[in-house]
Design a protein around this ligand. Structure first.
Ligand code: ZN
Length: 108
C-alpha cells in the first residue's frame, strides 16, 4: 500500500467532476414533444441532488417545451422526472426561459 493518491485540491476535484459531466453531456437532446433535435443543452446543477450524476435540459425552439436528460441512480432519475412532469417543466434550477432565449452554454 503506497500513499493514497488523494492529494487533489478541491479545485482539482471540481475540475474532474466538470470533465466527467462534459463527457456525459449529450451533443443534443431530442424533444419529447416533437422529436426535434435541440442542440442547446443546459447543465443542471446536481451537486445537491443525491443520486444524480449529471442532468441536462434543453428548450425546444419549435414547441418551446423543455426536455431533460439525466444520469444517475435509475430510481432517482425516475422520481425526478415524475416530479418535473407534474410541475410541467417548472424546474427551479433551470429558471424560466423566454421562448427563443435559450440559456446556451456558449454565449458568444
Ligand atoms: Zn419540440
Amino acid at each position: 500500500m503506497g500513499q493514497a493518491k488523494h492529494r487533489g485540491s478541491l479545485a482539482q476535484r471540481v475540475a474532474a467532476a466538470t470533465a466527467h459531466i462534459d463527457a456525459l453531456r449529450p451533443a443534443h437532446i431530442v424533444c419529447n414533444q416533437c422529436r426535434n433535435e435541440i442542440a442547446e443543452v443546459v447543465d443542471i446543477d446536481v451537486r445537491k441532488m443525491h443520486g444524480l450524476t449529471a442532468a441536462f435540459a434543453a428548450t425546444c425552439r419549435e414547441c418551446q417545451s423543455v426536455t431533460y436528460a439525466m444520469s444517475g441512480d435509475p430510481q432517482t432519475v425516475q422520481a425526478l422526472l415524475a416530479t418535473i412532469a407534474e410541475q410541467e417543466g417548472e424546474m427551479p434550477l433551470l429558471g424560466r426561459q423566454k421562448p427563443g432565449d435559450a440559456v446556451g452554454l456558449d454565449n458568444k
